[in-house]
Design a protein around this ligand. Sequence first.
Ligand code: SF4
Length: 365
Amino acid sequence: MYRRERKSAVARMGAPAPAVARRLRSPAGRGSPYCGTMQLSDSFGRVGTDLRVSLTDRCNLRCSYCMPAEGLPWLTGPEVLTDDEVVRLVGVATGLLEVTEVRLTGGEPTLRAGLPALVARIAGLRPRPRISMTTNGLSLSRLAAPLAAAGLDRVNVSLDTVRPAAFSQITRRDRFDDVVAGLAAAATAGLAPVKVNAVLVRGVNDDEAPELLRWCLQRGYQLRFIEQMPLDAGHTWDASTMVTAPEILAGLERHFRLEPVVGRGSAPAELFAVDGGPARVGVIASVTAPFCGACNRVRLTADGQVRTCLFAREESDLRTALRAGASDDELARRWVTAMAGKKAGHGINDPAFVQPTRSMSAIGG
Ligand code: SF4
């Protein structure tokens, strides 16, 4: 279904690139001996410097707010970018488009075969981006050390509860202990700060915020609560069932003293010092307190589509151009053109809001 969105994005490819080019050599030197760095700027003056790269749409959990128990029709092999193509496009982003942060996501990125080798190639790019990964943590006991050695800088681990029964209820898998062991392995491997992302689900773990925070504080993990967003595969999200940021904060403030930390910048999480600090907790209030005005994020899907926003309804196809022999400069210009059309915000609170066709598991965190 979302092929229709690509067509309209491709139709816009003709639009002239708004960016200002500075003369530098192409990272891979393909097709254009000289090309300049450009910025992924949009018409609101925001600049994309944080690239989220989905390495697969597959996942080994079945979180109830994300996908059905039976999973989804996964992308097939040829649809998915190869390691060479991922490294090439990330190289274009970091070498020509001034991207400085690369976040590896999924689905579940650790399901990607040969992940440490891919991370090492991304870490070998110059300029070198900061590399982080959003993972469900199930495989970190095995992979944390080799990923750190390969150049991964830090991880965000999704963990919505510290109650094994609630974990099984939310994820439909009895793998709580594996996540706990994975978190410890990440800390031991030096993938710091180890951040924990938690979604509260009404009627399941919506009373658990203080317990989750206490558990993370005891282990030195930085906890961030994320409001559930309308990106589920079943399109059943309902604002009335979402646990809101004010509710989360109210629950925490019954047990902790929280003070806002100034200087958020483009970070999604609003941070609070806990009991005077230095420990902090974060709240990502995408729905009730959107932060799109300072957004510096851009996404690349596992099948080579540029998404300018998590909630974009249009995508720009880089994979076809790449496989057709486009130069680094051409790929960069397509990316710049796509970014120029980025919308002001997600529009979730607009009556006309339409949830994107592509679900969270195929976009990445
Ligand atoms: S919803 Fe879109 S524009 Fe807003 S912060 Fe997220 S990615 Fe950026």
